[in-house]
Design a protein around this ligand. Structure first.
Ligand code: FUC
Length: 801
């Protein structure tokens, strides 16, 4: 656990939020609020992670498989890609469902809006949002947090003059809802979700349908608010408005429940008693009292948050409001501490939107105020969902990774049907869009562009996360019981799915490179071909990880043998006419060379097939591809920019990584530091991706080596990072000065041998364990090898010149 300087870990502002992306998010993994901090009216916009439209449903298009042979013939024999695109439309099913906003709590105060010394903050070290201001000579204060321990949102309103707090509270929702008073100090809101019809895009041009059958389908929800007072009086009226008069202090406890009952069971027909669920939480929370609730919340949260400390040096600008700091960076000012704040905010957001047992962080984590949110606020698994979890292991939040593993489990069940229905293959497959019902089929209903819809690699990419959790933790039980069975079933799909091209190479077909299109020889646009580089890289990855797992677990040697043979025949990465890593199996001209997706660079990051040391020629080609993307305007979404930073980090180009980090803050960051997607949409992937990328600049461990400060920009001359994780269950602290490592600490809970790559021109002076015993090490070609023992701590010191 690390301690921070007071104020350093805060986002803060001198005015209330004037729009949703200025409000401050709190969350316990499942129950979230956007705290607006208004003066006359506080608005808490509320979310619950399991609140989705629709029901479990079979989205498979059972006619799809009848078109597969035609598409393959068009691609592999006729090279008629534009026609293959048309064929792919016939292999689509309906769009999936949408994440829904729960509603809002509006707290109206009677003190007018003439305030001074207004201050609104989010303290990342305690996960508490605060508001404070003065009215005349009276100071009012609010604290808001969402407790994972007690599963309630807690609001505390105080004032330095007794009997001064008077307010009214009401609940409302953009969904169908009713409210009721449950007594003088308690109100409730119940409601239900619509069945969306093809709700992929935001806006109002797609129908919202509520199922009329009262006993029938659809998700239901309930929220209950309980008020505790010190002094004053509380009452409710027939409109379920709750009033507090002349209280000394007020505590609001808010609980919520949905009828979600698992991805494969109807939320409409179940017998969940939502009122009782809320009631139980409120009674328990009210019995504890504010201080106990707050302490439990802070302790629980800090167990996770305080594992990592980052200091990039520079001026202490904590006294300047966050929006002004962001503006200053946009005008060219240097603010390294805003970057460490952004880094920790990414960790904060993951802890707040993804805890064991919750849904994984969706496109907006858990925070969404729209019934028609952008891209349904779903899980887009051709980059966005995976990016959400790039930070989980390296930034020391492996517990937060587990909701993703639960999602993968569900997909591996539904994906078996899709594998059979679309491709007549065994194993499981998932395409690019996933909802809470774990849909796995291509969306689009015959009019979705194949450039995104018909991409069968989502499940295989997600399997990388299972492997990475093992690689970081070396948890054999996890590998054996959770990861490997699902990975094996995903690999089995590809054994059936891969086809031979005319040169005898194994390729995917139909194949796309996510969301990108090329020009065919006769100048037509197309997306569908065979063996795109990303497909082949993901499959190679999956084969390698399954082979490795079979060896570690001592099982399935025959299956591993088959995978080795398959791997040996996979189409290998090619270098194209611009010296770039080729994106498709032919060196097609790109329609949009500055495309936001960096799919063909998967092998460089998040994969490990391309490294500077082991595949220098491919690394050079990847470098060229990245340059070309950027020369043509690439990186224009926040998530795309975050990927660029991580890719530069893997190429050890610290200054370029930093330059792109500044661009991310410049063009893709809202005033509450939420990541933005054009035109001005919140999308959380960029927050998470950039946090992971910053870690990647400081520590890498993907190629069998632990590399210290692989991509340190000149601007980060002095600093330290503590508590990052390297593969092999290693916790690492690094201190540096004048651009050189001055000390490193390693901690592990397992015995093992490690290869450490020391920055060029630096030498280790000594390695000592915590009892100051010198530890022997070997050194060769810039690599230092040491053996470590579980439970010990190792200090590396460096020669001064
Ligand atoms: C992919 C991206 C878009 C957006 C969407 C949610 O389709 O190409 O830019 O991020 O996911």
């Amino acid at each position: 656990m690390f301690r921070y300087g007071i104020g350093a870990m805060k986002l803060w502002y001198r005015q209330p939020a004037s729009q949703w992306v200025e409000a401050l998010p709190v969350g316990n993994g499942s129950f979230g609020a956007m705290v607006h901090g208004g003066i006359e009216e506080e608005l808490l916009q509320l979310n619950k992670d399991t609140l989705w439209s629709g029901e479990p449903y079979d989205t498979n298009n059972y006619d799809a498989v009848n078109h597969l042979a035609d598409i393959r013939r068009l691609v592999l024999e006729e090279h008629n890609y534009a026609e293959a695109d048309t064929g792919a439309l016939r292999m689509q099913g309906p769009y999936n469902q949408s994440y829904q906003p729960l509603g809002s709590l509006r707290i109206k105060f009677d003190h007018g809006n003439h305030v001074s010394e207004y201050h609104r903050a989010l303290d990342l070290d305690s996960a508490i949002a605060t508001v404070r201001y003065r009215v005349g000579d009276t100071t009012f204060a609010r604290e808001v947090f969402s407790s994972a321990v007690d599963d309630v949102i807690v609001v505390r309103l105080t004032c330095d003059k007794p009997g001064t707090i008077s307010l009214t509270i009401k609940q409302e929702s953009p969904l169908q809802f009713t409210t009721a008073a449950l007594g003088s100090d308690r109100i409730s809101m119940i409601g239900r979700c619509p069945q969306h019809v093809d709700p992929h895009f935001h806006g109002t041009d797609h129908p919202i349908v509520y199922d009329d059958n009262e006993n029938g389908k659809g998700m239901r929800f309930e929220a209950q608010l309980q008020v505790l007072l010190e002094g004053g009086r509380v009452s409710t009226d027939s409109n379920a408005v709750l009033s507090v008069e002349r209280a000394d202090s007020v505590i609001l406890l808010l609980a919520a429940a949905t009828s979600y009952n698992g991805f494969d069971r109807s939320p409409g027909l179940n017998v969940k008693d939502l009122a009782a669920e809320c009631r139980v939480k409120l009674i328990s929370a009210a019995g504890k009292g504010y201080e106990a609730l707050r302490n439990a919340h802070v302790n629980d949260y800090q167990q996770l948050f305080q594992r990592v400390d980052l200091d990039l040096g520079g001026d202490d600008n904590a006294g300047i409001p966050t929006d002004e700091r962001l503006e200053a960076i946009r005008k060219g000012a240097e603010d390294k501490q805003l970057i460490s704040l952004y880094f920790q905010y990414g960790r904060y957001l993951l802890i707040s939107s993804s805890r064991p047992g919750t849904q994984p962080a969706n496109l907006q984590g858990i925070w969404n105020d729209q019934v028609r949110p952008p891209w349904s606020c779903n899980w887009t698994v051709n980059i966005n969902t995976q990016m959400n979890y790039w930070l989980a292991e390296v930034c020391n939040l492996p517990e937060c990774h587990f909701p993703l593993f639960d999602l993968i489990d569900g997909l591996s069940v539904n994906g078996e049907k899709t594998a059979r229905a679309y491709y007549n293959c065994g194993g499981w497959v998932a395409h690019h869009n996933v909802d809470v019902w774990r849909s796995t089929s291509p969306v689009g209903r015959g009019s979705g562009s194949p450039q995104w819809a018909n991409w069968p690699m989502g499940g295989a990419w997600l399997c990388q996360h299972l492997w990475e959790h093992y690689a970081f933790s070396r948890d054999i039980d996890f590998l054996s019981n959770r990861a490997y069975p699902v990975m094996k079933k995903a690999a089995r799909f590809f054994l059936d799915f891969l086809v031979e091209d005319e040169h005898g190479r194994l390729v995917t077909s139909p194949s796309t490179s996510p969301e990108n299109v090329f020009l065919t020889g006769d100048g037509r646009r197309a997306a569908v071909s065979a063996g795109s580089t990303m497909d082949m890289t993901i499959i190679r990855d999956l084969c390698t990880h399954c082979i490795e797992a079979s060896r570690i677990l001592g099982i399935d040697s025959e299956f591993a043998e088959r995978l080795e043979q398959t791997r040996a025949h996979l189409l290998v990465p090619q270098i194209g006419k611009y010296g770039q890593l080729q994106e498709w199996w032919e060196d097609f001209e790109e329609v949009e060379p500055g495309h936001r997706h960096m799919s063909h660079l998967f092998g460089l990051y998040p994969g490990d097939q391309i490294t500077l040391e082991q595949t220098p020629v491919l690394a050079q080609a990847a470098n060229r591809s990245l340059e070309r993307r950027l020369e043509h305007g690439g990186g224009y979404t926040g998530w795309s920019r975050a990927w660029v930073i991580a890719l530069w980090a893997r190429l050890r180009e610290g200054n370029l990584a930093y330059e792109n980090m500044l661009k991310l803050l410049d063009v893709s960051t809202a005033l509450n530091l939420f990541d933005l997607h054009p035109p001005h949409l919140f999308q959380i992937d960029g927050n998470f991706g950039a946090t992971a990328a910053i870690a990647e600049m400081l520590l890498q461990s993907h190629a069998g080596e632990v590399v210290f400060l692989p991509a340190l920009p000149e601007a980060w001359n002095h600093g330290h990072v503590k508590g990052l994780r390297a593969r092999g269950d290693l916790e690492v602290d690094i201190v540096w000065s004048a651009g050189r490592v001055t000390s490193v600490v390693l901690r592990t809970t397992r015995d093992g041998e490690y290869q450490l790559r020391i920055p060029q021109e630096q030498k280790i002076a000594a390695i000592r364990d915590q009892t100051s015993h010198d530890i022997p090490w070997g050194e060769r070609d810039g690599l230092v090898s040491i053996r470590v023992q579980s439970g010990l701590r190792y200090d590396l010191s460096f020669a001064s010149s």
